[in-house]
Design a binder for this molecule. Structure first.
Ligand SMILES: Cc1cc2nc3c(=O)[nH]c(=O)nc-3n(C[C@H](O)[C@H](O)[C@H](O)COP(=O)(O)O)c2cc1C
Length: 203
């Protein structure tokens, strides 16, 4: 497989910079201040809304939680955790709300019974989230997408203002990476995930 350095013919500087951005994105943790400014977050959302959207259903419901609202969300997380398990460690779930300067709840407004399956509506939001991760990276910030029990809890969904039939596909934790080195998962060899189909196998 060619790399950015071996790719023939030579890439333009703009092509190289864009591909380098895509290929250097990772999920940094921990994330600290400063958070993206409001105009920067607007750009991130504009990038999200370039995602493909079957049927133009516009399923994206991004909910920004920052500042003191994170403390209110921590209480919601704790209440939901206690309702799930009165003997569990509710503080562990609550603390997640305070673990980055900005959280973005990733809601999907599902149109049930539509010819576009619900799974495709979820994928449109997922594609938007990927654009957000890339836009944050381009702007010098980091994003970490996490789901977990908080995002699967109906009480949390309701308190965030989502409808009972909506999905919450996680939270995007946003801030400035404390450490910019990529210490995440090893990238797979493309050969393990990519093949070329040239027709049905002979019977
Ligand atoms: C839908 C979705 C949910 C995820 N939920 C979690 C999670 O709850 N906890 C976690 O540690 N990583 C979760 N991840 C994985 C991280 O976002 C991240 O991709 C992973 O840590 C690998 O880092 P990388 O993006 O640098 O490869 C989730 C990813 C996706 C796409």
């Amino acid at each position: 497989m060619p790399t950015l350095d071996t790719m023939p013919p030579a890439l333009s500087d703009a092509q190289r910079a864009a591909l380098d951005m895509l290929m250097s994105r990772h999920s940094p943790w921990p994330l600290t201040e400063p958070a993206p400014s409001a105009p920067e977050l607007d750009l991130v959302f504009q990038a999200a809304l370039r995602a493909p959207d079957h049927g133009q259903l516009r399923p994206w419901r991004f909910i920004v939680i920052r500042g003191d609202a994170r403390h209110a969300l921590a209480k919601v997380f704790a209440r939901a955790a206690r309702a799930r398990d009165p003997d569990g460690n509710a503080e562990r779930f609550a603390s997640k709300a305070l673990s980055a300067p900005v959280l973005i709840a990733l809601g999907v407004r599902i149109v049930h019974g539509h010819k576009v399956p619900a799974s495709e509506q979820v994928l449109a939001v997922g594609a938007g989230v990927m654009n957000m991760l890339n836009a944050l990276h381009v702007l010098g910030y980091g994003g970490f997408w996490a789901s977990g029990l908080n995002s699967r809890d109906p009480l949390v969904r309701r308190e965030l203002g989502l409808d009972a039939g909506d999905e919450l596909i996680g939270f995007l934790y946003v801030g400035t990476p404390k450490d910019r080195s990529d210490r995440g998962a090893a990238r797979p060899d493309p050969d393990a995930c990519v093949s070329e189909w040239t027709g049905p196998a002979a019977p």
